[in-house]
Design a binder for this molecule. Structure first.
Ligand SMILES: *Cc1c(COP(=O)(O)O)cnc(C)c1O
Length: 398
């Protein structure tokens, strides 16, 4: 374990830094390109022969800036190859499309990132692909949901908003028996805390927009596939015309270099804040995979190398309208949809809007928190004042 960890930390520094791409500078430069020039007809024909080879061919197929990031993510995830996309959701939809055809049936966890559901209920349905949502805690029981035409299982661990940790080895084992594809949205864990491909999944997806970029200033997605799936993933991305700007790829590569230290700090800060919240009278539950009250905590402890900075709390009493008293006057925790940057964020969010296989029954509103790199005493003081406002607001109504 220590050995692997050490290699990972080293690889975060050196990964994807091929001399022929970087020409001796530490960071591979930003190559902006549409047209690539060929000197001879023979050269043109050679490069056209395999447009997926990492040789300059046409801007849409990438340049050393993108290839360097792809190579680093592939190595960190233990895959065969990585495709980059203009956003995390583009990576998810591109990965799903690589695994399905008209008439198929697929399974998606009920705790999935909401836009993944929107895609399944929209375009996929329109293309004749039917989706069944399943209980994220289903484990080996997923087998009972398989049909003759099931082709794919989409997992996300832990779940967006509600943080159920899925038993990926059990789900993957069941899927393998039927030769189904398994995709994991691995955004929360980053390639450092979980490697779904080494557990047998076929594609691991990241919203690089989050921790890999790490500075809240890019939109980017990646999908890393194993040997059996990479060709289909690549073909699909090419046909869809998916690509990303070299500037964003450069920023993501730069973010990746410090992911190890940033993630450690996010983890430590989040654990401190979560432990404090757990003792608060206004808080009913802390949904953090490292705490035993989080569904799937044992699975997290078994499979993950640690935790990141994103978790939720369920408040006691009140409703979503009351959360305004908490969130409106925060000094450090501002509201925002993305996360994974260095700043702390707070977001009241009702999971009921994006569930169908399971129901969300909670004693009060759910509030998602991203713990950034600020001083935890300051973060706790901000939350303390907010929770007091929330309690006073509810008390005043009684
Ligand atoms: C943010 C997010 C995405 C989508 O990423 P974008 O870059 O915003 O499209 C996908 N999955 C999870 C779990 C996310 O949090």
């Amino acid at each position: 374990m220590t050995d692997t960890k050490q290699k990972t930390d080293t690889y975060l520094v050196t990964g994807g830094r091929r001399k022929e791409w970087s020409h001796g500078v530490v960071n591979p430069p930003v190559y902006r390109a549409s047209t690539c020039l060929f000197e001879t007809y023979a050269e043109l024909r050679e490069r056209c022969a395999d447009p997926s080879a990492k040789k300059l061919f046409y801007g849409r197929k990438g340049t050393p800036t993108q290839w360097s990031l792809e190579e680093a993510i592939t190595e960190l995830e233990g895959g065969t190859g990585t495709m980059l996309y203009p956003s995390g959701i583009a990576a998810i939809t591109g990965a799903i499309l690589a695994c399905v055809k008209a008439g198929d049936h697929i399974l998606i966890t009920d705790s999935a990132y909401e836009p993944t559901r929107t895609f399944a209920n929209g375009l996929l349905r329109q293309m004749g692909i039917e989706t069944t949502y399943y209980d994220p805690m289903v484990g080996a029981g997923i087998e009972e949901l398989f049909r003759e035409n099931t082709s794919l299982v989409v997992t996300e661990a832990p779940g967006s908003l509600t943080f159920e940790v899925q038993d990926l080895p059990a789900i993957i084992a069941a899927a393998k028996k039927r030769d189904l594809y398994v995709i994991t949205d691995n955004t929360w864990a980053t390639p450092l805390l979980l490697n779904p491909l080494t557990m047998g999944a076929d594609i691991s997806v990241h919203a690089c927009t989050k921790y890999i970029g790490g500075h809240s200033d890019i939109m980017l997605g990646s999908a890393t596939a194993n040997k059996r799936t990479f060709k289909a993933l690549q073909r699909t991305a090419y046909q869809l015309g998916q690509t990303c700007s070299p500037d964003d790829a450069f920023l993501a590569s730069r973010g990746l270099r410090t992911l190890g230290v940033r993630l450690k700090a996010h983890e430590e800060n989040a654990l401190k804040v979560a432990a404090w919240l757990r003792e608060r009278p206004e808080v009913a539950t802390v949904l953090h995979p490292a705490f035993e009250e989080c569904p799937g905590h044992e699975v997290w402890a078994r499979d993950f190398a640690g935790s990141s900075g994103l978790f939720s709390i369920v408040l006691k009493g009140g409703d979503y309208a009351d959360t305004a008293a908490l969130v409106d006057d925060m000094k450090l925790f501002k509201m925002g949809f993305s996360w994974g940057g260095y700043e702390s964020l707070i977001l009241p969010s009702d999971p009921n809007g994006s569930r169908s296989a399971t129901s969300w029954d909670a004693p009060g509103p759910l509030v998602r928190l991203h713990i950034g790199l600020e001083d935890t005493d300051d973060l706790i003081a901000d939350l303390e004042a907010g929770l007091e406002r929330y309690a006073a607001h509810i008390g005043a109504k009684d």
